[in-house]
Design a protein. Structure first.
Length: 606
């Protein structure tokens, strides 16, 4: 195993004039202004197309309006909105004139928004709808730098375009030319899974380097008319980078979708070639297919088909040629199961992309085995999203891929993964001491993840440094592999392994309402039971115990989950236990359920 690795080949060179906006204009210069670039749903729910030339014309018009409003280079502007085409237009307009985008997750509260607005000295805020406009309006008196709130649903961008008629093309072009690669492009506040959110300062160079590097790593994903259906919040760095990745390609089209209630239908209408989502979304796709198959012969066939897909993928990974029987079996399931599951993503789907949280190897093998390779991206907000990817031609399931050109990784003496490259942030906003803590003396970024690197540069994450549980007996336990195994139970939504300072390892488990609804009839239990009633059932405990036993089979007794509690409530963003990207906030879970942990799990024992 290696302690340091740099991807072979010449490091990516980013010119001093390269900016987020130049990725759009470079595309137009190469392929012309008439190819489709974006699609979105209009007020009637009909998908509408916008060419790259029309997209750029609107970006320029909005940028003029921002100048007339008084937004200068370096001024901060907040976007408080769900994913929609206006988010992309405004972001590019701000980047064009050197203003700084400060996104706020559309699920954040007014109090969370207030903290960000004040920490970043935001001058202008743009909300998408009345609800978020009112949230900002309720705190405007406590935000001394905030001059105005605009609302997209009230035609805010059209108003800016009208305001901008006073600005000439020459004045706009001067502003655009003044923006440089090392200028600040955005301040992204971390989702807070490990503590208080911090403002991550990312430059144009950070984004342009990681976008161009990702294109070098994944040329097959963006060849031809690559179509990305984007429904993750653009406040998330991964979603934003993948948007740039697609727009910067020759013929890529971004489908902006803010409301996922009609996602199955939109998959069929938009017809993506690749889809980006967090692991929980793909888990739900698998579980939905399993529930649809039921518990009769169709259900048994689905389970056999799933096992066959996983085995097929594992053989492919190991370079083993399937036997005639296995090829026949795979062909049978292709026509009866696999084709149907693939069709849920639309008729043109080629690839899936997962990031934001760990995903189980079995799920990766399943999708690969049914014919939709899943690319993993690994990174953090501080690296402008993923700095490592699995390659289409080398998925290396079990690893999170190799670093992109221009990035180097190494393992510290304590086993922590560290990274260096043009995509690494310039620091935390107003927090120089936190910046110093995040970087080593020689300038490498500490990721907080424990990892190993093989001879080909594949990175395998083995745990989270801050998540490591140390039992009262001194045993170090990485909770993530155990949690993934337990969460594979169809009625489980989240499993949180605990045990720090306690005599043994335990877990808190929450139930998945959809999974429970499908499971209850199979147990001949009433369908109208509430979640808290289901949580107390012995049948529920027995079902989850089966998956706990599977998890325990892979670890020593000291690391095994000896006891678990089924919580009668769910982990949500509202109770602070989940981030907007659906990662578990461990400190908050331990705090929120301290009484359960002490009285039910450990009964006061230490």
């Amino acid at each position: 195993m290696l302690t340091e690795y740099t991807t072979p080949g010449a490091a990516l060179t980013v010119s001093d004039s390269a900016t987020v906006y130049s990725m759009l204009t470079d595309r137009i210069a190469k392929t012309g202004p008439d190819l489709p670039l974006a699609e979105y749903k209009d007020k009637t729910g009909t998908w509408t197309t916008m060419t790259s030339g029309d997209f750029n014309a609107r970006v320029r018009a909005i940028a003029k309006g921002l100048i007339q409003f008084g937004i200068a280079k370096g001024d901060t502007v907040t976007i408080f909105s769900a994913t929609r085409i206006e988010w992309g237009l405004l972001d590019f307009a701000l980047a064009a004139i050197g203003a700084v985008t400060v996104p706020i997750y559309d699920t954040d509260s007014a109090a969370q928004a207030q903290r960000i607005l004040n920490d970043a000295d935001v001058k202008l805020a743009v909300a998408d709808n009345q609800q978020r406009f009112d949230a900002l309006d309720s705190v405007i008196d406590a935000c001394p730098t905030l001059e105005r709130i605009l609302m997209l649903d009230a035609k805010a961008l059209e108003a800016l375009e009208g305001l901008g008629v006073m600005i000439s093309d020459e004045e706009l072009d001067e502003r655009i030319a003044a923006v440089r690669a090392d200028d600040l492009a955005t301040i992204v506040y971390t989702s807070g899974s490990t503590g208080t959110p911090k403002g991550v300062e990312l430059t144009h160079r950070n984004f342009t380097s990681i976008t161009r590097s990702a294109q070098q790593c994944m040329p097959k994903v963006i060849e031809g008319e690559a179509r990305l259906l984007l429904f993750l919040p653009l406040a998330h760095c991964f979603a934003r980078m993948i948007q740039y990745f697609t727009i910067a390609s020759d013929e890529g089209v971004v489908g902006y979708l803010g409301d996922t209630k009609t996602l199955p239908k939109d998959m069929q209408v938009f017809q993506p070639t690749f889809v980006l989502a967090v692991p929980r979304v793909f888990e739900k796709v698998y579980n939905a297919a399993s529930r649809k198959a039921g518990t009769g012969w169709k259900g048994r066939m689905f389970l056999k088909a799933a096992d066959a897909a996983i085995d097929w993928s594992r053989m492919e990974q190991d370079g083993v040629k399937p036997m005639l029987r296995q090829r026949a079996e795979h062909a049978k399931y292709e026509t009866t199961v696999y084709r149907t599951i693939r069709s849920a993503f639309g008729p043109r789907i080629k690839y899936l992309a997962s990031g934001g949280a760990p995903i189980s190897d079995d799920l990766l093998h399943f999708f690969n085995g049914i014919g939709i390779p899943m690319i993993q991206g690994y990174g953090m907000t501080e690296t402008a999203a993923p700095f490592a990817f699995t390659r289409v031609e080398d998925l290396a399931i079990g690893s999170v891929g190799q670093p992109v050109p221009g990035s180097s990784v190494r393992i510290s003496p304590d086993g922590e993964l560290e990274v260096r490259g043009q995509n690494v942030f310039r620091g935390y906003h107003n927090l120089p001491e936190k910046t110093a803590e995040a970087l080593t003396e020689d300038g490498w970024l500490r990721t907080g993840d424990l990892a190993r690197i093989d001879d080909d540069g594949h990175i395998t994450i083995t745990g989270r440094a801050k998540d490591i549980i140390i039992t009262a007996g001194g045993k170090n336990v990485s909770p993530i592999p155990m949690e993934q195994q337990i969460s594979a139970c169809p009625i489980v939504e989240y499993a949180v392994v605990i045990g720090d300072g306690h005599p043994f390892v335990s877990a808190l488990v929450t139930l998945d309402p959809e999974g429970v609804a499908s499971w209850l009839p199979t147990q001949k239990l009433p369908a109208d039971l509430t979640i808290d009633e289901v949580a107390a059932l012995p049948e529920t405990v027995a079902e989850i115990q089966r998956y706990v036993d599977l998890a325990n089979a892979d670890v020593s007794r000291a690391e095994s989950v000896r006891k678990f509690a089924v919580l009668p409530v769910q982990l949500t963003q509202d109770n602070g236990c989940l981030t907007p990207s659906l990662k578990v906030v461990r400190p908050k879970v331990n705090e929120a359920f301290a009484e359960v942990i002490d009285k039910e799990v450990y009964a006061g024992k230490r």
